[in-house]
Design a protein around this ligand. Structure first.
Ligand code: FMN
Length: 150
């Protein structure tokens, strides 16, 4: 899987006073009508319980100048949002500033598979920007360059 280039997101979540964020690349579009996406979350992560109980998450599609934020939210303990400028979205989940896009979702269904849970989210709100997206491949954060097919 390290050979599959993927966009990098921070999945943010909230349940009551508990707010969390985790870096994730196992994110995928499911359908446009209705607008559904999925994220695959390790059940050992703190985010799993917060998403499962809060029934919402936001996908923050990071920009290519946000690799430090990706590394930070790939950590486990003591994460806060103090060092990451953000606002609170409609579902209560943080929306990081400077991202290529945000999707605000409520959990539509969840499916356990081995060590992970697939959360399917219904997209309530979407916002994009001109920021170039951050990618992850071969164990490293990367930026994308366009190629010409002509
Ligand atoms: C590039 C990258 C992609 C990742 N993708 C996922 C993912 O799709 N699903 C997942 O459960 N963990 C993924 N992780 C690991 C989590 O970010 C990591 O376990 C994190 O510490 C979980 O945070 P939490 O325990 O606060 O929720 C990824 C880590 C990196 C560096």
């Amino acid at each position: 899987m390290r050979r599959l280039a993927a966009g990098v997101t921070v999945v943010t979540s909230r349940h009551g006073a508990t707010v969390n964020g985790m870096t994730a690349t196992a994110v995928c579009s499911v359908s446009a009508e209705p607008p559904l996406v999925l994220v695959v979350v390790n059940r050992s992560s703190a985010s799993h319980g917060v998403i499962a109980r809060g029934r919402a998450f936001a996908l923050n599609f990071l920009g290519d100048d946000q690799a430090q934020i990706a590394s930070y939210f790939a950590g486990r303990d003591g994460k806060t949002f103090e060092a990451a400028p953000h606002r609170i979205g409609a579902t209560g989940c943080p929306l990081l500033e400077g991202c290529a896009a945000h999707l605000e979702c409520v959990v539509q269904s969840q499916h356990d598979e081995a060590t992970h849970t697939i959360f399917v989210g219904r997209v309530l709100l979407a916002q994009t920007s001109d920021a170039a997206p951050l990618a992850y491949c071969d164990g490293a954060f990367q930026s994308l360059a366009p190629i010409s097919c002509r």
